[in-house]
Design a protein. Structure first.
Length: 439
């Protein structure tokens, strides 16, 4: 039997799909956070991907500002995670393009090096801010692992590059950075590949998983923070997500838990002993050898990130009044960081940048949807007319041109939508706790 939350979310999506006159920023769903990252070396800087672009905070989560998807230019391929360099650059793999912002989120481009393939995964070196690894997975062409030693500006193919290989993820060991894991399909067979020398040579481990019925999408999701041979993968089968662990560097896999839900991401405690998993509806915690147990919070688009001994979690503002929270007791209790209605407007960027030129005109509509203040502190100027302030696309390099919204697409709407969103949210379980006043 489906949970009440699962049924409610499907009901919301169905009702929204019946309303062609209203296009939500959440692609026919409620606006939500979907991932969280911290800037390396600057724990006061947060960047959270959302179903309506991204939000950014530079003051430990006290204030948040919006980066609209039009300015980011990712189209229909939304990043599952972002990486924020100490230098200020932000990078993300969308599953199609590699996004790069050189100025802390004000301007964005898709990297031209990968224009003929799909960037399906991105991982940073645990200590060197300049080193990144990317994998590709476009069918019908040669795919493999690429390395950058200059913060993502230039890329070089590794020896792992061949046709018949479609990769979906890359992870670097936090304790042994020369150990790299990638996953995907090799000649129609699910595989985990491992390099012990930073990508120069590879071992390939096929996994048929005969105990599962028609498994697919085997994906590396985490590497143990203290043991380089311990790697985690997930695989889908018959509507379930199977979370598996390898203690021998990817050679064999042992099932830890089965989730009747869509996997979002996972993280591990600093000693590798505790695992946390976020799913579309729930949050799970337990021993890294299993079992994992469902926790009361967060619910709705749960995600997880550990930074030191602090845990950060995404959740649904529509269910429990916060979209991001922190925990200092391993996820047992949570402290509110922000809710969507507390976003303070668009990111403050110089004129001439895509965020400054495109986002202010779109903010009033989103603010109405979220119940957010329009201009709470005067920090955002009045938006320009819809046809003003946008750079001439013909004068920009192709990789820097913003993707214009299509009629009825993610950035378009007809009429006020907040009443409808509130009606739909009434179908979901009530929030826990009172709604906090706007800042």
């Amino acid at each position: 039997m489906k949970s009440r939350i699962t049924v409610a979310w499907s009901t919301v999506a169905s009702l929204l799909a019946l309303l062609p006159g209203m296009a939500s920023h959440a692609h026919a769903g409620l606006p939500e956070t979907s991932n969280i990252t911290l800037r390396r070396g600057h724990p006061q800087d947060f960047f959270s991907g959302t179903t309506f672009g991204a939000v950014i905070s530079r003051d430990s989560g006290k204030t948040w500002r919006w980066v609209c998807p039009d300015a980011m230019g990712y189209g229909g391929w939304r990043p599952e995670a972002y990486l924020w360099r100490e230098s200020g650059d932000i990078l993300a793999a969308t599953g199609s393009a590699l996004l790069h912002s050189p100025d802390e989120g004000c301007s964005w481009r898709t990297h031209p090096f990968f224009k003929s393939t799909w960037v399906t995964g991105l991982a940073a070196h645990p200590t060197d801010d300049r080193v990144f690894h990317a994998v590709t997975g476009r069918p019908g062409i040669a795919n493999g692992l690429y390395r950058s030693d200059d913060g993502g500006e230039t890329w070089t193919a590794s020896p792992l590059l061949r046709t018949g290989l479609e990769l979906n993820a890359v992870r670097v060991s936090p304790v042994a950075p020369r150990r790299i894991y990638v996953s995907g399909v090799s000649n129609n067979q699910m595989v985990v590949l491992r390099s012990d020398d930073a990508g120069d040579t590879w071992q390939e481990f096929p996994h048929t998983l005969p105990e599962l019925l028609r498994p697919y999408a085997l994906t590396v999701v985490a590497v143990d923070p203290v043991a380089a041979d311990v790697v985690w993968v997930r695989v889908s089968a018959q509507g379930y997500t199977h979370l598996l662990r390898s203690d021998d560097g990817g050679r064999t896999l042992t099932q830890v838990t089965v989730l009747d839900d869509t996997f979002i991401n996972m993280d591990l405690s600093s000693d590798g002993g505790t695992a946390w998993v976020g799913t579309l509806n729930s949050f799970f915690m337990g021993s890294s050898t299993g079992p994992l147990e469902k926790q009361p919070l967060p619910t709705g688009n749960a995600c997880v990130l550990r930074d030191g001994e602090t845990l950060y979690g995404c959740g649904s503002t529509w269910l429990h009044d916060w979209a991001l929270a922190r925990s200092t007791d391993q996820g047992r209790t949570w402290e509110h960081i922000f809710a969507l209605y507390e976003i303070q407007g668009t990111q403050l960027c110089p004129r001439g940048t895509p965020v400054r030129d495109l986002c202010p005109a779109r903010w009033p509509q989103l603010a109405e949807q979220l119940g957010a203040p329009l201009y709470p502190d005067g920090g955002v100027e009045e938006p320009p007319p819809p046809d003003a302030g946008t750079p001439d696309a013909g004068q920009q390099p192709p990789e820097q041109r913003p993707i214009e919204p299509k009629s009825g697409g993610c950035a378009a709407a007809a009429g006020p939508t907040l009443p409808l969103l509130l009606m739909l949210s009434s179908l979901l379980p009530r929030r826990r706790g009172p709604r906090r006043p706007h800042r």
